[in-house]
Each structure stands twice: as C-alpha cells, then as structure tokens.
Write a protein that binds this ligand. Structure first.
Ligand code: C2E
Ligand code: MG
Ligand code: MG
Ligand code: MG
Length: 286
C-alpha cells in the first residue's frame, strides 16, 4: 500500500515537472512572437505630489495574449528575464515610452509641467554592454528632453555588479536622465550607496506602505527611510498607496510623491493621454 502510494507520488511529481517545463517552454515561444505580433502594450499609472497634483506616471507593461487575455508582467517578466527576451522587450518599452513622452512634451502648454515618465529596467537589460548607447540613441531618435525620463532599477542590481552599475548610472545621469530605486527596502539596501549614486528618487516598497499607520515598531523602518531621504535631498515615492490614512501618515512624515490605487490605477497609455488632455482643457492653468 505504502509502496504504491510512493510510486504514485513519484509519478505525480514527474508529470507535474513535465507540465511546468512544457508550460514554461510554451510561454517562452509565445513571448518570442508577442513582440512581432504587437501583443504588448503600455499602461500608465499616475504619480502625484503632496498637493495631489499630477507629476508623472510609471510605465507598466501588459501582454494582451490572444487566448489568455491581459497577462500580468509579474508572470512573464521573470520568464523573459531568464531567457534573455527581456532585452528586446525592454528596448521596445523604452522606445515606446520615449515616443509617448515626446507627444506629452508637445501637448504641454508653455509654463506647465511636463510629466516625468518612469520606465522599469530589468537587471539583465541594464547589464547589456551597449545599454547606455541604446538609451542615448533612443533619446536622439525620439527627440525627447531626457530630464523628463526616469529609469527605475532595483537595489540588488547595485550590489551584484556594483562598480559597473554605478559607472553606467553616472554615464546615463550625464545624459540628463534621472534614476529611481524601485521596491526600496526589500533588497540588500546599503544606505552608504545612496550617497554615491546619482539618484533623484527612491520608491518605498508597497509592503512598507501596507504597514502604515500601524504600531510604532512597524513604522520605524518607514520613518527612518523617509527621514534619511529627506536629509539626502532624495524624493520618496510611496508605491501602492491604497487608503487615505496611508496618504495622511506618509505626508506627515515628509514623503514627497504618491502612487497607488487610492489615487489612480494603471490605464492604457492612450486613455491616460486623453484623460490628461481633457483635464488640461477643464483647468487650463493647473
Ligand atoms: P513595480 O515596478 O513595483 O510596479 C508597481 C506594481 O504595483 C504594478 O504592478 C502596479 O500595478 C501595482 N500597484 C500600484 N499601485 C497599487 C496599489 O495601490 N495596490 C496594489 N495592490 N498594487 C498596486 P504590475 O503592473 O503588475 O507590475 C508588476 C511588476 O512588473 C512591476 O513592479 C515591475 O517590477 C514589473 N514590470 C512592469 N512593467 C515592466 C517593464 O516594462 N519592464 C520591466 N523590466 N519590468 C516591468
Ligand atoms: Mg516600478
Ligand atoms: Mg515598485
Ligand atoms: Mg513593487
């Protein structure tokens, strides 16, 4: 009896493994075609300042799969990262984002603020030897003002290939673009790095935002990060702000930027652009 059960478990385990390998292989094959078939699209999630004015948006990639519908990047980015497909996909995202930014620059009346567009760059893409050149080319081809572009990287990238990554950041910062550290506080953050990097912003990870207001013990990290950033003159975006209580608390603790469902959800880029134009027509001076 026990032996039979053991055998069955083994069979189940093996077929489970075959299934996940097959599924993964299929995902990789489909990802390969997705770019050519135009199945990727950009969505944008607005970011706001302390007075709840629109200051920018984060670009979030979506895959409109012919059968499965909208697939979350949480599912396909890790696969694309491992297979190397993220490099081509990431280049496409950057190029699309710059075209979109160029449109925003032209539709913004003089004297008004052009929203900052933030683009996520994966570790593998950031590490390609010609990354700096590709970004420079994209900036030149699209004619954008690089000061309106922000690149989001994660802190682990700075730990694993530190001197390379820092040199690359400096070269990109010299082009005029800004950097943000995504999911700040979840990786191997070393506060010492922050001082040496050309950083304009860190993104307080949602897992911290979830904890506030909370008890003093829970909020110690959040308050320490906010205080440190304020001293260093670095902006902090709170990500995943879902409630007014979180907003009030973060604002009282010198957080400078806000992003989350409480303010706006990610929407297709076209819709975001249209809504912004509508809002500008209604309130031409804001
Ligand atoms: P991320 O960069 O930390 O992006 C924030 C994620 O939190 C987004 O999920 C966003 O939709 C979600 N979010 C924002 N506000 C709230 C909120 O109030 N509540 C909740 N529950 N969630 C909120 P999304 O779009 O599924 O993206 C997941 C991750 O996929 C991103 O995390 C980023 O690491 C990656 N990703 C997305 N687009 C790209 C891309 O173009 N390139 C690369 N390399 N990675 C990307
Ligand atoms: Mg991000
Ligand atoms: Mg984030
Ligand atoms: Mg996150």
């Amino acid at each position: 009896q026990a032996k039979r059960a053991g055998r069955n478990n083994l069979v189940n385990f093996e077929s489970g493994m075959v299934e996940s390998v097959t599924r993964r292989y299929r995902l990789e094959q489909e990802l390969k075609q997705a770019l050519d078939r135009g199945e990727f699209e950009l969505h944008l999630q607005s970011q706001f300042d302390r007075d709840e004015r629109l200051i920018g948006a984060e670009v979030l990639l979506r895959w409109r799969h012919p059968v499965r519908g909208l697939v979350s990047p949480a599912e396909f980015i890790p696969v694309a990262e491992e297979s190397g497909q993220i490099i081509a996909i990431g280049e496409w995202v950057l190029s699309e984002a710059c075209h979109l930014l160029h449109g925003l620059e032209h539709s913004t009346p003089p004297g008004q603020r052009v929203p900052t567009i933030s683009v996520n760059v994966s570790p593998r893409q950031f590490r390609t030897p010609d990354f700096v050149d590709r970004v420079r080319e994209t900036i030149e081809q699209t004619g954008i003002d690089p000061s309106h572009l922000m690149i989001e990287i994660t802190e682990n990238m700075l730990v694993s290939h530190a001197s390379d990554a820092i040199a690359r950041m400096r070269a990109l910062a010299a082009l005029g673009l800004a950097f943000s550290i995504d999911d700040f506080g979840t990786g191997y953050s070393s506060f010492a790095y922050l001082k040496r990097l050309p950083l304009s912003e860190i993104k307080l990870d949602k897992s911290f935002v979830d904890d506030v207001p909370g008890t003093p013990g829970d909020t110690a990290m959040v308050e320490a990060i906010l205080a440190m950033a304020a001293r260093l003159g670095i902006d902090v975006v709170a990500e995943g702000v879902e409630t007014c209580e979180q907003f009030d608390y973060l604002k009282a603790n010198d957080c400078t930027r806000f992003q989350g469902f409480c303010f706006a959800r990610p929407v297709p880029a076209r819709q975001w652009v249209d809504e912004r134009l509508e809002a500008m027509e209604k309130r031409p001076s804001s």
